[in-house]
Design a protein around this ligand. Structure first.
Ligand code: BG6
Ligand code: MG
Length: 213
């Protein structure tokens, strides 16, 4: 049986909408209106890199200190929005797949760009279902760089080609491909159509399909 590597935001839980709102408000502070398409390209990208891209789109240059301040404000806004989040926000089918993995000795890692990942898994009460966690605190290169997934494979002691990555972002699918892993695009967005397989929801992923992989 292969190993699973899950992205967090937009795959396990729909936090993508909270990130979007928080980035939109940061954009407004520098006189910029972040579009849905631009936001889509920020998915899977680290906090710092996301701010740099927004400032470039806005054609605004800021001091290092001002940027640090905006990064703090963005995260405060985001954390405020997810304050009351609980198990009910886990996306459909996720718990079933994690339980399937546990029952069948499938090693599971998180592969997320978020520095808030561990806190979120705890809020959702599913941290115990992961054998390894790789997040924004353990990597130096943002997706589409494969570092986050390769570290996950290493921690699980698996060969990259034995890993299946679940991702909702174009940058994440590129990272999975660059790592030499099987990619599953989640959520049905046009941007993830380049994945090896695509599903609108995890409820569509059958045990038979997983077994054929
Ligand atoms: C990714 C999200 O998972 O994590 C991005 O798709 C987000 O939207 C990035 O910017 C970093 O997250 P955080 O929680 O460290 O700001
Ligand atoms: Mg994501």
């Amino acid at each position: 049986m292969k190993a699973f590597i899950f992205d967090l935001d937009g795959v396990i839980v729909d936090t993508a909408k909270y990130h979007f709102l928080a980035w939109k408000r940061i954009g407004e502070k520098v006189g910029f209106s972040l579009s849905i398409a631009q936001n889509e390209s920020l998915k899977g990208v680290s906090r710092k890199e996301s701010l740099d891209r927004i400032l470039a789109w806005a054609d605004v240059a800021l001091s290092k200190e001002k940027k640090e301040q905006l990064l703090l404000e963005k995260n405060d806004d985001y954390l405020h929005q997810i304050q009351g989040m609980g198990q009910e926000e886990i996306l459909p089918g996720v718990l079933d797949l994690l339980t399937f993995a546990q029952q069948n000795n499938v090693p599971v890692s998180l592969g997320s760009a978020s520095k808030n990942a561990t806190a979120i898994l705890k809020k959702l009460q599913i941290d115990h279902l992961f054998d390894a966690i790789v997040d924004g605190n353990n990597v130096t290169k943002s997706k589409p760089n494969p570092e986050v997934f390769l570290k996950g494979a290493e921690l699980l002691q698996q060969e990259p080609n034995n890993c299946i990555v679940f991702e909702d972002a174009a940058a994440g699918i590129q990272a999975a491909k660059a790592a030499g892993m099987i990619s599953i695009g989640m959520g049905g967005a046009e941007e993830v159509k380049s994945a090896d397989y695509c599903f609108a929801s995890m409820t569509e992923i059958t045990k038979e399909f997983i077994t054929t992989l």
